[in-house]
Ligand binder design. Structure first.
Ligand SMILES: [Fe+2]
Length: 233
């Protein structure tokens, strides 16, 4: 009788576990294309509405759509125990997931001129001091960032990063849709600029350096400061 009861209980536990596993894998939260934090024409004249309609409305949307399709396939694969399929999907998930997350971070790094775009952090602020410590001057950082982002071969991103290990601000680039975190968990992104051709071609054609000169006019330094303070705490 006692054995029978133990047996019943273990059957109940097993079926509850199986149910929970199915439920957690069968449903997943979809990635969402968040509304821009400003109007679609808010970054004009630095970035035109026409360019934003393609960049945000088509390119970013496509990363979100592709990512959700892949996540759906991945969740089905996991549910069915097809780990090989799951692993095979992971590169495409990384590419499209990186595309989604990098763009989301990029949009939030910018702000219309009328709302404070391009207004530099105050000279006495922690961020300003951190940038001067790392690059010699604020202008030197901008020059270094612009030249090295414009020089990315093919598609990629320029980043200002906070290095938790050294407590210093650094410049990095990543290729394609790679994330800054691919370069190490000690790096926290502070600012990113998209240097894929789709980010500038409609407005600046082949002249990447002109895009890199203009983009500073819509950088949201208040947001960058917030990220820096949060990363150091
Ligand atoms: Fe892009």
């Amino acid at each position: 009788n006692m054995l029978n009861r133990l047996f019943q209980r273990s059957i109940a536990q097993t079926s509850r576990l199986t149910f929970m596993q199915c439920r957690s894998f069968a449903s997943f939260q979809k990635a969402v294309l968040k509304p821009l934090p400003y109007a679609i024409n808010g970054l004009e004249p630095i970035i035109s509405q026409n360019l934003m309609e393609f960049h945000y409305g088509k390119h970013h949307q496509t990363y979100v759509t592709n990512l959700n399709n892949l996540l759906e396939q991945a969740s089905v694969a996991l549910e069915g125990g097809d780990h090989q399929k799951y692993v095979d999907l992971s590169q495409a998930i990384k590419f499209n997931g990186g595309g989604h997350l990098n763009h989301e971070f990029f949009w939030e790094s910018l702000i219309p001129v009328a709302n404070g775009g391009g207004v530099l952090p105050k000279e006495g602020s922690d961020l300003y001091a951190g940038i001067v410590d790392a690059f010699g001057s604020f202008d030197a950082m901008v020059a270094h960032f612009s030249a090295n982002t414009a020089a990315v071969q093919g598609s990629g991103w320029g980043w200002l990063a906070y290095n938790k290990t050294s407590d210093e601000i650094e410049f990095h680039t990543t290729a394609n849709q790679d994330r800054l975190s691919d370069k190490g968990a000690h790096l926290t992104p502070l600012l990113t600029i998209d240097i894929w051709e789709h980010a500038y071609y409609l407005d600046y054609q082949n002249v990447r350096p002109n895009f890199m000169t203009e983009i500073w006019k819509v950088v949201n330094w208040e947001k960058v400061s917030e990220r820096y303070l949060a990363a150091r705490n």
